[in-house]
Design a binder for this molecule. Structure first.
Ligand code: RRO
Length: 302
């Protein structure tokens, strides 16, 4: 009998799939729909202390097999978002709050508020690929990653999970920095810095020019990051980047991920994707004679 239950950094999940931050996570209702659709946990939109308008359109480019986005971190601010989190928590969802800010005090304050609203963990977005001063600069600095992680760890009791960028020279050394800051798990990875050009307009399509690529084209990059982190850190890794099928999830588990997140896959396969992927994972495990996900984690390293 295959058991899909997973435990990541003390967080108990009915299955090892999560909704990635940035999609269908604006309201408590949509978070609940995704959770009731089969996700093991749902990660909120990235939220800051003050509201942010985000960029003007166009903010998303659809590719054949993926997306490039530059939303610009739009969010209503943590206090306004409170009702949405509480609604999802009250409805029974396992909610993880995604946090960003301009300095470590802001990260700590937003995380603290999320905790009082009932989230089971906080994800620190240290990795938005295109927002000046709010992501990539932090994502490339081991010193900043350690400092921001430590500030949040000192403030909340729930598990703290920094989300790292693939747009760096050596992700493993940044993983070590999260560990020194006291992180409970690492989420790897955010989107890959990219650009889309319109030949007719002779200009980049996104209003902010640069954006973040997600979906199947980045799976090998995400897998490499998880593989390298697993070799280097002693805390669990949660894999994100191009997971669309159960087979993709298995590849991430074997690279070293204890759970996976999906975002673009919801756009590709619909809300049922969590149930479908869980069924596909289960079928593979049955066929190969595995009984629990933890048996598979890191197998590609042996
Ligand atoms: O809002 C965004 O444009 C955005 C964020 Br916060 C992020 O972390 N990653 C991304 O691809 N887009």
């Amino acid at each position: 009998m295959v058991n899909l239950a997973a435990k990541v950094a003390g967080l108990k999940l009915r299955n090892p799939t999560m909704l990635a931050s940035g999609i269908l996570d604006e309201t408590g209702g949509s978070l609940l729909r995704v959770f009731n659709g089969g996700a093991g946990a749902v990660v909120t939109k990235s939220i800051s202390l003050q509201p942010r308008a985000g960029y003007s359109n166009p903010t998303v480019v659809q590719l054949e097999n993926g997306l490039i986005n530059a939303m610009g971190l739009p969010n209503p601010g943590i206090e306004e978002y409170c009702g949405e989190v509480r609604k999802a928590v009250k409805g029974g969802a396992v909610v993880i709050g995604s946090v960003f800010g301009k300095d470590e005090e802001e990260y700590a304050e937003v995380a603290r508020k999320f905790e009082t609203y009932g989230v089971k963990a906080v994800e620190l977005n240290l990795s938005c690929p295109h927002a000046k001063g709010l992501g990539l600069e932090i994502a490339q600095s081991a010193e900043a990653i350690e400092r921001f992680t430590r500030a949040v760890k000192k403030t909340v009791k729930v598990p703290v999970m920094p989300k790292l960028s693939p747009n760096v020279a050596d992700i493993a050394s940044l993983g070590k920095a999260t560990e020194r800051g006291g992180a409970d798990a690492i989420v790897a990875v955010n989107t890959v810095k990219a650009i889309a050009i319109s030949p007719e307009m002779r200009t980049p399509i996104l209003s902010s020019k640069h954006g973040g690529l997600s979906g199947p084209p980045i799976k090998p990059i995400g897998l490499r990051c998880v593989y390298d982190l697993y070799e280097t850190v002693d805390i669990p890794v949660i894999g994100v980047g191009g997971v669309t099928t159960g087979r993709d999830a298995i590849e991430y588990f074997m690279a070293g991920a204890s759970a996976v997140q999906m975002g673009t896959a919801v756009w590709m396969r619909g809300l049922d994707v969590f149930r479908l992927v869980c069924d596909e994972i289960q079928k593979f495990m049955n066929k190969e004679g595995y009984e629990s996900v933890s048996e598979i984690v890191g197998l590609a390293h042996e």
